[in-house]
Design a binder for this molecule. Sequence first.
Ligand code: SF4
Length: 76
Amino acid sequence: MEEPCVYYNTCPILTGKIQLEEKRLNDYKSRFCNAGKDSWSKCIRFQVREIVGRCPLDIMPDASMSPEEIIEKYDL
Ligand code: SF4
């Protein structure tokens, strides 16, 4: 089994802090969180957290904004 994302245990998407439909959550898990480092390192939430240590709750793994745009927009 692939190694899960390093933020797997604390990511608000997975801890229930962000309410998502189960289907959408499972899709994110299989595309990013549980899909190995090459995949979870492409998650926008992961990338923002790596840079500034946190990520706004409403940003999804496949957000269309770049990490830099998110950091600028949310003044992180
Ligand atoms: S949503 Fe992104 S940051 Fe959160 S656990 Fe999944 S891959 Fe990691």
